[in-house]
Unconditional design. Sequence first.
Length: 566
Amino acid sequence: MSADTTALAPAKSDFIRDMIAADLEQGRNDGWVITRFPPEPNGYLHIGHAKSICLNFGLAQEHAPKSRCHLRFDDTNPIKEDTEYVDSIMADVKWLGFDWGEHLFYASDYFEKLYGFAEQLISKGLAYVCELSAEQLREYRGTLTEPGKNSPFRDRTVEENLALFRRMRAGEFPDGACILRAKIDMAHPNIHMRDPALYRIMHTHHHRTGDAWCIYPMYDYAHPLSDALEGITHSLCTLEFEIHRPLYEWLINNVDGLPGNPYQREFARLNLTYTVMSKRKLLQLVKENKVNGWDDPRMPTISGMRRRGYTPAAIRDFCKTVGLTKFNSLSDVALLEHSVREDLNKNALRAYGVLRPIKVVLENYPEGQVEYIEAPNLPDDPNAGTRQIPLSRELYIDADDFMAEPVAGFFRLVPGGEVRLKFAFCIICKEVVRNADGSIKELVCTYDDATRHGKKPEGRAKVKGIIHWVSAAQAVDVEVRLYDRLFTAEQPDAGDNDFLQLMNPESCEVIRGKVEASLRDAKPGTHYQFERVGYFFTDPIDSQPSAPVFNRVVGLKDAFAKQMGK
């Protein structure tokens, strides 16, 4: 599928944009706005990342031409990283409609420079090699209310530390034998400033540098220095990194020779109802086969949403709508579905699809006759053209549109009742034919030719019910996947919840439906509105020629719009 490259409309003002406007007014960075999106290649991106992508790349669009956004992979932990994740991340960013151009970087591009900066900090007496075990490090670190205590290795000489650090690089020590730590303040009220780790030993093959390195920088060390090396002006992170900001600034201020002087600011991450956002938990779902891979249409991953049929424009609109705040909150997934529905309503081709078919026989319709009903592909777009829907003596309607023992307020087909077949004519149910087990075999009906084209014969009451249908002889049998929310609880991973126990057993129902003849060769990756049913998408992987597979994207009912009184 090709990327949607429609530019983002300017977002409404927020504290980030106000901050950048003030910087530009003051002439900071010579009027440049340079942002970055820095994912770790240890999993697939999810809808939360989409918010950051739209922000960082969106800012670059808004401030062109003196702007750009870098895509930089934070590949500093080779144990969890893989080129599969790198490829998927690049595909997701492009699919959302953004392009980094020539500005693709990796933290591993800077390993030699980052190592040199570490030696510089050691030479200044601002870093040391520590041989405390992981358990001892936790003990020495202190608590939120009690200060830590100095490592017994803290006062080594510069020469000792340089020699040990070089031996670490040379591979003379096993994993976990020692780390390089910043020398700041073990009594600092911010626990992240209590001599944090800068480098650790990992004898692990790296997907880009191979076996060239056996020591790797920590994220909190590599991140600010990579920003500075790339000339980033505004390093925008989610709120959990706010407590890390003092270390970010400490490194920028204490390393000499940096070409840039970035600063970090934070915004609230995206949290969504009926969803988990933790990459660790999403990976668990994949590895334990609770879902069918990262691109399972029930997953909140961008690849999952793409396969389900969500559109880039809808996701961008959703991210714009939720906006930026300085406090964590929970967004209703119905708002995301609203954005999807709004986009598809304008662009999805119309078609007839019957999910749970009941046969209808029009006993007064000529046997062997087939006529064609013209219907618009998009009601509000005459340029989208029309299609010809076959109609014959035997039809299928949806089981939801018939009730043998009707309840009050049911205006669709009932025994002895009348409904209109959309774009065709009215029919009256004369007889319900049942199988031996009592299930419905077929409905025997008659049609009224005088009611074609929406006509109401004089003296007759207006028919309230209008239903969709497909001609039995020309109908195409298809697989339909009815996707629903993956979890039954609004916050499945809140508190002591075992999120796996809250998975929705009805999150995917696979049925055999029937669709109109025009969809026999529906191309993979095409959106349709099955009229009166919902929005569907031909699965881009499993659909085959003459055998399309349809994923339900969203239903027609808009819970968010109803809530807002729209």
